[in-house]
Design a binder for this molecule. Structure first.
Ligand code: MIC
Ligand code: SF4
Length: 649
């Protein structure tokens, strides 16, 4: 039987299991990436495993999130990361070199290989034919130590593209259309594989915009074939030698099919506060705007910035608008500075900010109170911009620039003749900000400033778990709600006791105090709990505060995996209405939980306060149950290593 692209790459990397939807499989990992905000934890965890150097084909550590440096913390982290990379055979991309996903696509992506990254937008490299998956830092640490990556075999959805995009309609509008149709939980348990005649009309950077924002669907990842467009892109990057063709067999089967005729799409916009709250730009054009931001790993490529510059050339940013532009990589910035496009942006009144994530994660450029911000980014969760009541919209760079010039949300189709961007024969290739590992790994010592605190230890799970409901939340809670980012909190990512003080800060100011007073307890939530980022701090910090189990209607994938990794039980209500039987402060108990998990007997929650008993369920594999029982993945891994050491002796 013919294979689709996902089956081809999974088969060539399969370590255990069968490629049957719903079964646990393990795949080998060729490449890993980390960024600084998740990287410090990942490397502390890697260090704890006592392995002399990484076992992957390639591992890269990026600094792109924490570059504001308002105190010593960020620079401390950078030095730690640089020294640890040098010691463990990892490439280090210095601050200023670019956003991890953009740089990885440019300089390291290889069609047909697997990539695990401690950032939810790792699927960006799927645009070049990689299986690229966003995970928590601990999963990356295990992969660097040579361990396989375990997943439940997802469904493979064919997104069949036909036709071609019309002028002023972009790749961003394609992914916004998919989000409009399927919603932020529509991709859970799925991989989106793009195919059909329309694929060949999209360049690699356009494809990368689509796979990047596929993360917002809750999907495991998204992937495009490797074809002539891929070859062309790699050639421009001086890396044609890594190109291999990759396409689905003619008789390949898929679990679902979504059809999109590219020629029918229009410019789209995601309204506050969710990437799936999508409508046509034409429906809300005329809305007054305070800020426009171009950048982020979704839309900061050479093409995106050249279109922006061409639209701005000879024009001015509207007097009531602040326009910021943050290029995705130093390569892009160097190219637009050499060809004059940067000068056009500056002349039009744009504020050029650092090559980094920047405003996307609330590191500066917070909008005014109640302000409207239109961004070429991928997430518009409430408060993420740094301003609690800001109204953030997500659009293509084309729509964003038309808006910046007019001062109101604008349909780019009203702008004038379409803009065609000519690519140079090759991009500027200058890898001088990518520091290779040391030739003498054993001689490198690690620089550990006072911001780097050791990992808290975790105890095994007791036989019965008891405590109070510390918080009850609704649907679609994001990791930005659980563990906020932004300029105040991000610098504390290497210090769990300090960052724990901010858990659920924007949801309930008393949460931390209550959790401490009660000595921990339980969280109750709705559907798609934990959507968004891969930050394991959204599990690590609650665990530090004593959270024992999270009981919800459904989970987002990466967060559920992070809960398991850090020894917090992820449980779901068997009957969703039972959610209503729990209130803040109720005392609840999971009797005999360890035995019930191991013997696969029904799990019961007793609500002692309300004298109620309800059934809960889970999707834990036997391996995950073992991990939870010993108190998390690090303890589990240590046990395995001890067994290996005894066998060796
Ligand atoms: C994000 O876009 O939310 C982040 C910041 O890149 C996160 C990672 C983090 O929280 O460090 C992500 O997407 O995984
Ligand atoms: Fe950085 Fe934003 Fe991309 Fe996250 S989504 S990696 S914060 S640019």
């Amino acid at each position: 039987m013919g294979k689709n692209i996902v089956q081809k790459i999974f088969s060539s990397h399969l370590v255990s299991g069968k490629l049957k939807v719903g079964e646990e499989i393990a795949i080998s990992v060729d490449q890993t990436l980390t960024q600084d905000a998740t990287g410090t934890m990942a490397y502390l965890q890697f260090e704890a495993m006592g392995i002399p150097k990484v076992k992957t084909k390639l591992s890269v550590s990026y600094v792109d999130h924490n570059t504001l440096q308002t105190g010593f913390e960020n620079f401390d982290d950078h030095l730690f990361l640089q020294s640890i990379a040098k010691k463990y055979d990892i490439y280090f991309s210095k601050p200023g070199n670019g956003i991890c996903h953009q740089v990885h696509l440019e300089r390291f992506s290889v069609p047909g290989e697997t990539l695990l990254g401690s950032d939810s937008h790792t699927p960006t490299c799927g645009g070049l034919g990689m299986i690229a998956i966003g995970v928590g830092g601990l999963d990356v640490a295990i992969a660097m130590a040579g361990g396989p990556f375990y997943i439940t075999m997802p469904k493979v959805v064919l997104v069949k593209l036909s036709g071609a995009l019309r002028p002023w309609v972009t790749a961003k509008d394609v992914i916004l259309e998919i989000l409009r149709r399927l919603t932020v939980k529509g991709g859970v348990g799925k991989i989106f594989e793009y195919g059909g005649e329309g694929v060949k009309t999209l360049t690699v950077t356009e494809r990368a915009t689509i796979t990047n924002m596929g993360a917002e669907l809750g999907a495991l990842t998204s992937i495009f074939p490797s074809d002539a467009q891929t070859k062309k892109y790699l050639k421009m990057q001086g890396r044609e030698d890594v190109w291999t063709p990759l396409k689905a067999d003619a008789s390949a089967k898929y679990d679902e099919v979504v059809e999109i005729d590219l020629s029918t799409l229009e410019p789209l916009i995601a309204r506050p506060h969710s990437p799936d709250n999508v409508c046509k730009v034409s429906e809300i054009k005329g809305t007054k705007v305070n800020q426009v931001c171009i950048g982020s790993c979704t839309n900061s490529s050479y093409h995106d910035l050249m279109v922006s510059a061409s639209m701005l050339k000879g024009r001015s940013v509207h007097p009531d608008v602040s326009l910021t532009i943050s290029p995705g990589s130093r390569q892009v910035l160097e190219m637009i500075s050499q060809n004059g496009a940067l000068a056009d942006m500056i002349a039009a009144g744009a504020r050029i900010i650092e090559v980094a994530c920047g405003p996307c994660i609330g590191m500066g450029q917070a909008p005014p109170s109640g302000g409207v911000s239109v961004r070429s980014f991928n997430r518009n969760f409430e408060g993420r911009s740094g301003t609690a009541d800001a109204q953030v919209y997500l659009v293509s760079p084309e729509t964003a620039i038309a808006t910046a010039i007019n001062g109101v949300i604008s349909d780019p189709r009203d702008f004038g003749d379409p803009i065609v961007i000519k690519y140079p024969k090759s991009f500027i290739i200058d890898d001088s900000l990518i520091i290779p590992p040391s030739e003498k790994l054993e001689e490198v010592s690690i620089i550990r400033g006072p911001n780097i605190k050791p990992l808290p230890k975790k105890e095994p799970m007791p036989d019965t778990v008891k405590g109070d409901v510390l918080l009850k939340v609704g649907d679609n809670i994001t990791t930005d709600h659980i563990m906020p980012a932004g300029a105040k909190v991000l610098p504390l990512r290497s210090n769990i006791p300090a960052i724990s003080e901010f858990v659920f800060e924007k949801v309930d100011k008393d949460f931390v105090k209550r959790a401490k007073e009660k000595g921990g307890g339980f969280l109750i939530g709705g559907v798609n709990y934990g959507q968004g980022s891969s930050r394991e701090h959204a599990a690590l910090a609650p665990r530090y505060l004593g959270v024992k189990a999270v009981i919800v209607k459904s989970f987002a994938r990466i967060h559920r995996a992070n809960l398991v990794n850090f020894g917090i039980l992820p449980l779901t209500f068997e009957n969703e209405n039972d959610y209503n039987l729990f209130d803040l402060g109720d005392t609840i108990e999971l009797p005999d939980i360890k035995n019930r998990l191991k013997s696969k007997t029904k799990i019961i929650i007793k609500n002692i306060t309300k004298s109620e008993e309800v059934k809960v369920t889970h999707t834990l594999t036997p391996r995950e149950i073992d991990i939870l029982c010993v108190g998390g993945l690090l303890n589990y891994q240590a046990q395995i290593c001890n067994v290996c050491k005894k066998e060796d002796a």
